[in-house]
Ligand binder design. Sequence first.
Ligand code: NAD
Length: 494
Amino acid sequence: MAEDPTFGNHVGGRSVPGAAGRRFTATDPSSGQPWGSFVDSDAHDVDAAVRAAAGAFAGAWAQLSATRRGRLLGAWGELVAANAETIARMESTQNGKLLAEMRAQARAARDWLHYYGGLADKIEGRVIPLERASVLNYTLREPLGVVGVIVPWNSPTFLTLMSCAPALAAGNTVVIKPSEVTSASAFELVRLAEEAGIPPGVLNVVTGGAAAGAALVDHPQVAKVCFTGSDAAGRAIAARAGARLASCTLELGGKSPNIVFADAPVDNAVVGILSGIFAAAGQTCIAGSRAYVHESIYGAVLDRLVQRANSIRLGHPLAADTQMGPAATTAQLRKNEAMVARALEAGGQLACGGRRAVVPGLEQGFFFEPTIVHGMAPDNPLLQEEVFGPVLAVTSFRSDDEVVALANGTRFGLAAGVWTRDFARAHTLARRLQAGTVWINTYRALAFNSPFGGQKDSGLGRVNGIEAVDQFLQTKSVWCETSDEIQDPFVMKV
Ligand code: NAD
């Protein structure tokens, strides 16, 4: 790949320049230097991509049987996994996340696409047993049409595939609008899809920022929007889509708690909390950004967390011994600083970190220290709002009821961790916690066949698992009268 790559949009199997000729440059957050030039797409560019997707929906993709479509998804997964290193390097260079994490996510594409490829020919209707035996009533489960997939920068390939795989398995076609921070890997994904035999036009890519995303949401031929990103953008997108009655799946942010009881396997709990907040420099929707620790072990656990946080190795995300890379953007770096400052103004106490970090050799990089704040009231902004950075809020609790109220006391509901050896307590909490995922004695685990999504402001709908395919289908009821009996035209048949 060239030193400073230049990309067009990918429409109908071809690389095309933007209609207006506007472009933007992305930045390598480790060096602060520009990396890659992309089309700043406008409504004309989006229209071209949606038309290509609509053409493939009515044509080449519809002509393939579900079994053939499924096989193509599987073949695509193999190619993505085989090219995981290239994809991961592109992503780490653009979002600053560890190469090892980006590589593992790209390799996991094989499982995701194999699973949804296998589901493609298991999408079946039903025969409904009506009161009137002369009527054969059955259902067809049909694709929606063109799906707009809008993704954030933190796990570009992984999140793109979580949306695209079930959408394609259901028979839809797709226009992807990647994040302006990490646009490059989407082109590699689509190139590999076409190499696997997925017809041109089934997957298209338009780059750009919020304006390009909004044009996709507004396009009358986009039947559904599958959005992953911040709750603010999700709200704006749902409102726009709602204005023209297009449906949305929304995978949004979180303020997820890790709850550590006195009888917890404490060594594992400490590792779970660390992985929840400092892996990926906190730039993950499922960041365990709040830790509630029982008062009897609070001091000891806080000390261990601080000790471990202080020993995290910051460095270049492509280096094998780096444990935490930079923030992806200067905006995110500023948000980390601002959120810590607000937390301290509101009474929080800094246990460690709290500042921009300088990494030797990468002085212009957007690094931030692993940070822990404690001693906060429940309404402290750090216990209420998503940071999306390596900032952990730690609080003590006394009783199960108290910690359930604290854990549920935000507008988010994406995930929660419960650490205890008491199974009755663990499963009771699993029911009481308002979260789309509850992990018991583990954290930050995902699987292609386990549904994932948010409650409350963390989202609508589910990705992963069989449930995800349902988001991309509509049900048609077909009535077939088999008797010749003449019926009364003025009475509805019930
Ligand atoms: P973001 O909301 O700023 O942007 C996400 C995408 O939406 C980008 O492609 C962006 O260009 C586009 N966009 C932004 N505003 C838009 C608008 N008004 N109309 C149309 N498109 C618009 O999010 P981000 O900063 O890229 O990512 C971080 C956020 O994503 C965090 O809140 C994180 O929790 C969330 N996230 C959620 C999940 C999940 O599965 N629940 C996974 C990863 C990240």
